[in-house]
Design a protein around this ligand. Structure first.
Ligand code: CNA
Length: 286
């Protein structure tokens, strides 16, 4: 009697298993999903890393609770903490990391279907990832709008106000101006929802990097690929229990957790794919 065993999706639950899968399939529709962890090497703190994360350094603002700094209702009443923080984090001073260039490399190799980022630091654009491949799920600092008359402002205007320690107010109606980054309680950009359904039908490998996967609806993107689609997570600490990741459990035949720095993980993956020198060259063009 022939007993057919279920096909193991990955030959090995490791980076080598992922590399073998990419080659064998061959993968053409990789989706990447990232958070603040891919930008810490650029000098931008993340939210939740103990000690260095933004949430651990908010005492000076006297907030009722840390998330208040990114809540619309709180911002309307007390914009000062957000703008003080913004002056430290303002895009323009930072350069993309190796992880950003790894994603650009995937695009150059013709295997990147889409890059979903929670980051608002613009480093994807600086790394040259094309607009078409990019979903800035939590918006961007590059445009701002008046909360009263909706007049639009560009980045240079906003930057001038912030650098002069002014709370930006509309030149037409004097209402508060807010950058187009998504605060808690606001809808994500339409493009996020437009692309999400078809992208995750086509996705043949999901790579997640540098995110605590605590923020919804972004985190649940990780649940969207089919059960046949491997998921590689590269992060400093294990995360993802809240979204049914199978890492390390006996039933797992598709999820790989690589614990460590994402720049190192990207270089390792590139090396194993034979693209290590390409990644180093791409980084050198910056
Ligand atoms: P988070 O909740 O702070 O999680 C970051 C994760 O990355 C943590 O699990 C860290 O352990 C991990 N991490 C940190 N450094 C590295 C590294 N070098 N290599 C590998 N892993 C690392 O941040 P999330 O992005 O998950 O949370 C979502 C928020 C953070 C989004 O709304 C962002 O807008 C917001 N944010 C963005 C930026 C930015 O644009 N650079 C900075 C800070 C916060």
């Amino acid at each position: 009697q022939n007993i057919s065993l279920p096909n193991q999706i990955l030959s090995d639950l490791s980076m080598d298993g992922i590399v073998a899968y990419i080659r064998k399939k061959p993968c053409r529709n990789i989706v990447t999903m990232v958070g603040a962890g891919i930008s810490t090497a650029a000098g931008i703190p993340d939210f939740r890393s103990p000690g260095t994360g933004i949430y651990h350094n908010l005492k000076k603002y006297n907030l009722p609770y840390p998330q208040a700094i990114f809540e619309l209702a709180y911002f309307k009443e007390h914009p000062e903490p957000f703008y003080e923080l913004a002056s430290d984090l303002l895009p323009g001073e930072y350069r993309p990391t190796k992880s950003h260039f790894f994603i650009k490399l995937l695009e150059e190799k013709g295997v990147l279907l889409r890059h979903y980022t929670q980051n608002i630091d613009n480093l994807e654009r600086l790394a040259g990832i094309s607009e078409e491949k990019l979903i800035e799920a939590h918006g961007t600092f590059y445009k701002s709008h008046c909360l009263g008359c909706q007049n639009q402002y560009g980045f240079e205007w906003l930057k001038r106000q912030i650098n002069r320690k002014r709370i930006p107010h509309c030149i037409h109606c004097n209402a508060l101006v807010k950058p187009d980054i998504i605060f808690f309680g606001e809808n994500l950009p339409r493009r996020f929802y437009q692309k999400m359904y078809s992208d995750f039908v086509e996705c043949d490998l999901l790579i997640i990097m540098g995110s605590s996967l605590e923020v919804e609806p972004f985190a649940s993107l990780a649940l969207r690929p089919s059960k046949m689609c491997p998921r590689l997570m590269i992060n400093l600490v294990p995360v993802g229990d809240n979204i049914e990741f199978l890492f390390g459990k006996s039933a797992n035949d598709r999820d790989v957790l690589w614990i460590g720095d994402c720049d190192a993980g990207c270089q390792l993956l590139a090396d194993k794919l034979g693209w290590g020198d390409d990644l180093i060259k791409l980084l050198a063009t910056d």
